[in-house]
Design a protein around this ligand. Structure first.
Ligand SMILES: C[S@@+](CC[C@H](N)C(=O)[O-])C[C@H]1O[C@@H](n2cnc3c(N)ncnc32)[C@H](O)[C@@H]1O
Length: 217
């Protein structure tokens, strides 16, 4: 990787400050409960469904409180239109998801355990930012999908990477778009669609970024 890390450009500093300030206002666990109404959830889950055929398996990584499953997938999953699997690394959250959504296969496992082509479509929202290393985690996720991977970033890509370890005990990294693209391309995937979603209508000043990865022809 030739990306320059640990250097704050104006752009990444601005993003970092937004994150830092919003983090200070909340307890660590509360970040799971924020932005349920953010329109990026609907836009990203629409992309997941657009790549899902009847009977397919959707895998969601790091669903947290399970908002997106409850709001956008549950009804169709219960009708048997697709199978739904969750990989949730936090034990307390995995237990809660399993209790609330008995029709879902919930694995209390980290994404590092995903098997090759385990699902048709993988959905990842606000999770890669927390991984210590995108060079390791993104290829595992891409390998786990047959057709498409939909990724939403709460810290949209910047020109350079900012790798940051939060005192509360987790990473909050901003990745460079060139790195994301290079990693995906090296695995035989391309970004076939990407868009930003503003959140004013939901009362949020956050701008989320969604990318849809598909296998190169
Ligand atoms: C910021 S929360 C996002 C929750 C949810 N996707 C949402 O947007 O509401 C990140 C979630 O990813 C989970 N997580 C972080 N790293 C993970 C990993 N390596 N494998 C599985 N889950 C992970 C955390 O436990 C947490 O539930």
């Amino acid at each position: 990787m030739t990306q320059q890390k640990e250097i704050m450009t104006t752009q990444s500093k601005e993003l970092f400050d937004i994150w830092e300030n919003s983090w200070k206002e909340q307890k660590p666990t509360e970040f799971l409960g924020r932005n349920r109404a953010h329109p990026s959830r609907k836009e990203a889950t629409d992309q997941v469904k657009a790549h899902t055929d009847e009977g397919d398996t959707i895998l969601e990584i790091g669903p947290g409180a399970g908002f997106d499953y409850a709001d956008y997938f549950r009804e169709e999953a219960q009708q048997g239109k697709f199978n739904y699997i969750m990989y949730e690394g936090t034990p307390r959250l995995a237990r809660s998801l399993g209790r609330r959504f008995p029709e879902v296969t919930v694995r209390n496992k980290h994404l590092q355990n995903i098997k090759e082509e385990e699902a048709d479509v993988i959905y990842v929202r606000c999770v890669f930012e927390h991984q210590p290393n995108l060079e390791d985690s993104l290829p595992i996720v891409l390998t786990g999908a047959k057709k498409a991977v939909v990724v939403t970033w709460f810290l949209p890509p910047a020109k350079v990477e900012r790798i940051y370890y939060h005192p509360d005990g987790h990473w909050n990294n901003i990745y460079a778009k060139d790195s994301i693209t290079a990693i995906a391309n090296a695995q035989g995937w391309q970004c076939s669609c990407e868009f930003y979603t503003d959140g004013e209508q939901s009362g949020s000043n956050r701008r989320y970024f969604t990318q849809v990865f598909t296998r190169k022809a």
